[in-house]
Design a protein around this ligand. Structure first.
Ligand code: C5P
Length: 209
């Protein structure tokens, strides 16, 4: 089984890298941040935690009570609400169980904050992406139309602080994670570096070309 864990702070490029690695190695892509965002969306819609059921379809899309909400999750309000809800032990417990169940059945590239440390402690390879808050805010501003750099930077710094100081599963590289500093690198450079690292770890075995 191939389990590739990618962790790192908000807007560090995890999702773009995860897409590329999932394609390259024939794995299911699981974006765990979307699951926390979907819980926050459920709360925003007036459900209690007990009334919220998060699942993933066979493409890895995130479902909230049976509805595919994958395309509704990238909003500034859910950036903050998801990181607040992610501090709740009962939420983490349920989502970690779901993530582990998915990985038990499939080769996966899974990205988030605690994949290498908690969800997949025995992952084939663990990558941890780093970039300065300024660089990450600039990237996110480029992705979201009309978004203002300084507001995004403030949000990212608040989220970093909450994610890395929470009591359960704080954002940290696993002891055996390979840290990739992406500040001075293009996405293509990061992808090539990561593919090389994964191939070395897989012993040169290529599952797709
Ligand atoms: O990765 P993304 O920005 O979509 O994640 C949204 C929020 O969900 C993060 O700020 C973080 O608080 C939380 N999260 C988490 N553990 C994960 C993935 C995301 O706590 N594995």
């Amino acid at each position: 089984m191939i389990h590739i864990a990618i962790d790192g702070p908000a807007a560090s490029g995890k999702t773009s890298l995860a897409h590329a690695l999932a394609r390259r190695f024939g794995c299911l892509l699981v974006e765990t941040g979307k699951m926390y965002r979907a819980v926050a969306l459920g709360v925003e819609r007036g459900f209690t935690l007990d009334q919220i059921e998060i699942t993933a379809d066979h493409n890895g899309h995130t479902m909230l009570n049976g509805e595919d909400v994958s395309s509704l999750l990238q909003t500034p309000a859910l950036d903050q609400a998801s990181s607040k809800i992610a501090t709740r032990p009962e939420v983490r417990e349920r989502l970690v169980t779901l993530q582990q169940q998915i990985a038990a059945q499939r080769d996966v590239v899974m990205e988030g904050r605690d994949i290498g440390t908690v969800v997949l402690p025995h992952a084939t390879v663990k990558l941890f992406l780093e970039a300065s808050p300024q660089e990450r805010a600039a990237r996110r501003a480029g992705e979201r139309d009309g978004a203002e750099f300084s507001a995004i930077l403030t949000d990212i710094i608040a989220r970093d602080l909450r994610d890395s100081t929470r009591a359960i599963a704080p954002l940290n590289p696993a002891i055996d994670a390979i840290i990739i500093d992406t500040d001075q690198k293009s996405l293509v450079e990061v992808i090539c570096e990561a593919i090389d690292l994964v191939e070395v770890r897989l012993g040169g075995h290529r599952s797709s070309d």
